[in-house]
Write a protein that binds this ligand. Structure first.
Ligand code: PNS
Length: 157
């Protein structure tokens, strides 16, 4: 079974990577899809995010990395995928995630959202937290893959 792991990944964090590494144990193939959100002002271009994700998932043979503009469920249909994979960190994620899952179900009833509970070490971690720490000169080396930490360092220098 193919699962789509959609997100902004601006940038990918160790929490995202943890979901991908666990997702590939459960699904034949996981397609990590960067969805560009026109209302957000990203730190990294979609191309850069694809490169970052490809680099840190190169040890996983059943991961594909792609981008898409449009509805996630339409992307899933294009790839014959029935599952959207998402990580759940804390209770505050639940409302937004449930709303997205329900919305996606109204759009395409055949597509299921599967949630993986985030490993507790990463339950506080988000791309926004990473960007905030980096903006004020803090180290994010323990929060993102090495290649991403380098890119962030370069971004601010
Ligand atoms: O990493 P994020 O920002 O929490 O990911 C959110 C994302 C990209 C998965 C979500 O915004 C999304 O699916 N966007 C594509 C547009 C879409 O399908 N909208 C309907 C579902 S709410």
């Amino acid at each position: 079974m193919i699962a789509i792991y959609p997100g902004s990944f601006d940038p990918i964090t160790l929490g995202h990577l943890d979901i991908i590494e666990r997702g590939v144990q459960l699904f034949e193939r996981v397609i990590v899809t960067v969805l560009s959100n026109p209302s957000k002002h990203p730190m990294f271009s979609v191309e850069k995010r694809l490169e970052q994700i490809r680099h840190c998932t190169q040890h996983l043979s059943n991961v594909e990395v792609d981008s898409f503009q449009g509805l996630t469920v339409e992307y899933a249909k294009l790839h014959n995928a029935k599952v959207l994979l998402r990580g759940l960190r804390v209770l505050s994620d639940f409302e937004k995630e449930l709303q997205m899952a329900h919305t996606n179900k109204t759009l395409r009833d055949e597509i299921e959202t599967v949630f993986l509970a985030t490993t507790k070490e990463y339950s506080f971690l988000s791309s926004s937290i990473v960007k905030e720490i980096a903006k004020f000169g803090g180290s994010v080396a323990h929060l993102v893959p090495e290649n991403v930490a380098r890119d962030i360092h370069q971004y601010y220098s």
